[in-house]
Structures are given as C-alpha cells and as structure tokens.
Design a protein around this ligand. Structure first.
Ligand SMILES: NC(=O)c1ccc[n+]([C@@H]2O[C@H](COP(=O)([O-])OP(=O)(O)OC[C@H]3O[C@@H](n4cnc5c(N)ncnc54)[C@H](OP(=O)(O)O)[C@@H]3O)[C@@H](O)[C@H]2O)c1
Length: 224
C-alpha cells in the first residue's frame, strides 16, 4: 500500500489512538477523513473532519456517501467500561456490542463497496488483548472485543476476493484516556499507530503489538 495514494477513514479520530492514526497517515501523505461524534472539536491539521457515530448507522451511511474515494477504513472507535456480565446493566452490555462489534461491522458494510469500487484497499479493526483475556470486571468489554475478533476473521475471507485486506490489531494498555485509571506500563499510541500501519501496508492478518498480547494469544489452548 502506497500511503501517498491512500484515502483513509478513521473512526474516533479526535483523541487517543484514533488521533495518532490520523496524524501518522497525514505524515505519510494520505488523505484522511478524520471522523468523530463531534467533528467540530477536531483540531488535527491536514484532515477532513466528518461526523460519524458508530452507533448511529445513518451517520455511517452518510459518511460513506461523502468519502467516496476511500481506500482504507480504520475501525478504531471504542468505549471503556463494560463491567461484570452478571451485575452491569444489559443496556451497557448491548452498548459495548454496538460500539465494538456491530458499529465496526456496519462501517465495513458501508465502506467495503466504496473501497472495492476504488480498486481495493484495506480495513483495520482495533480489538484488544482483552479479546482473549477475560476478567470479570471487564467481561462485557471482552465479549464485545471477542466478537469483533471473530467478525474480523470472517470478513477477511469475504473481502479478500474483492481486493480488500483485513487486519486486526490486538494490544494491551495504551497511554490514552481509556487507560488513564491504570498505573504501570502502557504502550505509546503513536508507536502503536506506526507499527500497525506498516502491518496494514503489508496486508498482515493480525498485529499482536506487545509481549503480553503475544503470550495471551499463545496461551489460548492452555488449561484454565
Ligand atoms: N487504551 C487502551 O489501553 C486500549 C487497549 C486495547 C485496545 N484499545 C482500543 O483502542 C481503540 C481506541 O481507544 P483509545 O484508547 O484511543 O480510547 P479513548 O482515548 O477513550 O478514545 C476513544 C475514541 O472513540 C470514540 N468513540 C466512542 N464512542 C464512539 C461512538 N459511538 N462513535 C464514534 N466514536 C466513538 C471517542 O470519541 P468521543 O471523544 O466522542 O468520546 C474517542 O475518539 C478502542 O477500540 C479501544 O477499545 C484501547
């Protein structure tokens, strides 16, 4: 993938990892639609702000009608919290699925035909180490990320014949608002964006960004 010829759509681009993706793409010469629930708050130089709330499917469809030159979709938008599956509200559990799984899938359904019409390209889904590590306190977030992982693997096969590669990013704590409550070591989101964009350009199926994530995935078949 030649980023100087890439037209990217990034969800949740106003802060955190999404912002780093947008900035890095601009630095690499791409055209960037930096989408957000409140695009009026976007202050990244060199991007085209666009409204897109992943839980409002009409806003996804509207964005796909504007970004008709898109060749790369980055499903980055995410919501923290989640909570214990037995005590958090079912509305919160549904909201986690809406943002991470259904919202990302809806964006793929809207943008894959656009990317295909533009000669092919790529999709990146931002999942997590918690797709595979399932702790009670973040149970509903994990279920949503595991669903996003499964969806990523299924659509990869559907989109390959259309000339669209699908990459899944899995990473532990990053230094963003979402992990502000966490003490200890966190990855630099700017570095995550750089490494992940290299993998997307390479057409890699998965990015396992840190050692923790690599160990957790390698241990999936271990006894619980
Ligand atoms: N931080 C971590 O430790 C970590 C680790 C592994 C994976 N991740 C994943 O990495 C991705 C980026 O997270 P982050 O760390 O950058 O979190 P963040 O700093 O909390 O940023 C979240 C972004 O998602 C946007 N967003 C939330 N709900 C949305 C919706 N319904 N529609 C559109 N945008 C929405 C937010 O927009 P507003 O400003 O409007 O709220 C914000 O731009 C997420 O998918 C997250 O699950 C994070």
């Amino acid at each position: 993938m030649d980023f100087t010829k890439t037209v990217a759509v990034v969800t949740g681009a106003n802060r955190g990892l999404g912002r780093k993706f947008a900035e890095e793409l601009v630095a690499r010469g791409a055209k960037v639609y930096a989408t957000a629930r409140r695009p009026e708050t976007m202050d990244i130089e060199g991007v085209t702000p666009l409204r897109l709330d992943v839980t409002d499917h009409s806003s996804i469809e509207a964005a796909a009608k504007v970004a008709t030159d898109a060749t790369l979709l980055i499903n980055n938008a995410g919501k923290d919290g989640g909570g214990d599956l037995l005590t958090t509200t079912l509305d919160e559990i549904r909201e986690q699925l809406e943002v991470h799984y259904i919202g990302s899938l809806a964006a793929i359904r809207a943008f894959a035909p656009v990317i295909e019409a533009n000669g092919g390209g790529a999709v990146l889904n931002v999942a997590s180490v918690l797709s595979w590590a399932h702790f009670p306190g973040v149970g509903s977030y994990s279920v949503a990320k595991a669903a996003e992982w499964a969806m990523t693997n299924a659509v990869r096969q559907t989109l390959a014949p259309k000339g669209i590669t699908v990459t899944g990013l899995h990473v532990g704590y990053m230094d963003t608002d979402m992990a502000a409550h966490v003490d200890g070591s966190k990855s630099d989101p700017a570095e995550v964006a750089k490494v992940t964009l290299d993998a997307v350009a390479n057409g890699d199926a998965e990015v396992l960004f840190d050692e923790l994530t690599r160990n957790v995935k390698a241990g999936l078949s271990a006894a619980l």
